[in-house]
Design a protein around this ligand. Structure first.
Ligand code: ATP
Length: 297
């Protein structure tokens, strides 16, 4: 029996390794496909930035599939160093705004400008360098925690990595693992919860220290303590940066410079939290609903 066990065990390991490599490859191809959606125009120059930029969406129209328009004339501005939050039902097109700003896709009409420059006319690499994204579902590399954080700034020192991990409140967790920052994470290593992965993404973004931030808040239910901690970390990371927040919980947006309420690819209401409550429309309704849900909790 033991003679069979060893080779079978080996085959099992080999099978898992191959399956994992295939998963890594398919993820890589999915990303490459996205890359192929946009191309730099000949002679494109890098984005020119001096201090905090403004971000402007001007009458943006976009569809993933020509038959089905998603964004239908979206215009707004995030003034330099301010935060604009987007709320609305699932499928309204909120995350699409983030994907377009990061230039995973090009707009079909209208334009997106950073510091007055249409992002289609400058190099894609320079746009991505200027933006830090904390996505809904952070994909971690099958590598060490240190590598995953330092990915935001190759060549970062251990001290810099630890400093941002502390700021993102993930240091204690990492330090408590037997191998600390050398612990492997991802599918082949330590599994992190949604909240922990998001903190790694926040740490990575803090290290990158870009002038523009995009936070796509996790839809997955985090326990309320983790949620509050993450909101706090996001708010401090956003201080003084030009920030777009895609919010699924209204508590995140109360202090935003402007809140956009989206429905079926259009902005149906906009203003500060107080303005929108006073309007007594969709946002006020969502707020009342969320408050009563919180009371029940
Ligand atoms: P949620 O709150 O659930 O994250 P959302 O408001 O962020 O939703 P988006 O992710 O922007 O919504 O999606 C808007 C619409 O575009 C949805 O109907 C979605 O099905 C569609 N969509 C999103 N990504 C793609 C894609 N890659 N290809 C085709 N359709 C897509």
């Amino acid at each position: 029996m033991i003679q069979l066990y060893v080779p079978l065990n080996f085959l099992g390991t080999l099978y898992r390794e191959i399956k994992q490599s295939m998963a890594d490859l398919s993820r890589m191809f999915a990303l490459m496909d996205k890359e192929r959606e946009v191309a730099d125009p000949p002679g494109a120059q890098p984005l020119q930035l001096q201090g905090q930029p403004t971000v402007r969406f001007e009458n943006v129209q976009f569809a993933y599939d020509p038959e089905r328009p998603i964004l239908q004339g979206v215009s707004f501005e995030i003034p330099a160093g301010k935060t604009v939050a987007v709320v609305g039902a699932s499928g309204a097109g909120k995350s699409t705004l983030a994907r377009l700003l990061y230039r995973f896709y090009d707009v079909q009409s209208g334009q997106i400008a950073i510091a007055g420059q249409d992002i289609r006319t400058v190099t894609q690499a320079s746009v991505r360098k200027a933006i830090g994204i904390v996505p809904q579902d952070t994909v971690l590399f099958n590598d060490t925690v240190a590598y995953n954080i330092a990915y935001g700034r190759p060549g970062a020192t251990q001290a810099q990595i630890e400093a941002v991990a502390r700021a993102a409140r993930i240091h204690g967790f990492i330090a408590a693992t037997p191998q600390g920052y050398a612990t492997k994470v991802g599918e082949r290593g330590l599994k992190l919860s949604g909240g922990e992965k998001q903190r790694v993404a926040i740490a990575r973004t803090l290290l990158k220290d870009p002038p523009v931030l995009i936070f796509d808040e996790a839809t997955s239910a985090l326990d309320s303590q983790t949620e509050r901690a993450i909101q706090h970390e996001l708010a401090s990371a956003a201080q003084g940066k030009t920030t777009l927040v895609i919010a699924h919980r209204l508590s995140t947006v109360v202090d935003a410079h402007e809140i956009l309420v989206m429905e079926a690819g259009r902005i149906i209401e906009r203003g500060t939290h107080a303005d929108l409550l006073a309007q007594g429309g969709r946002y006020a309704q969502m707020w009342a609903l969320q408050q009563s849900a919180d009371v029940v909790e």
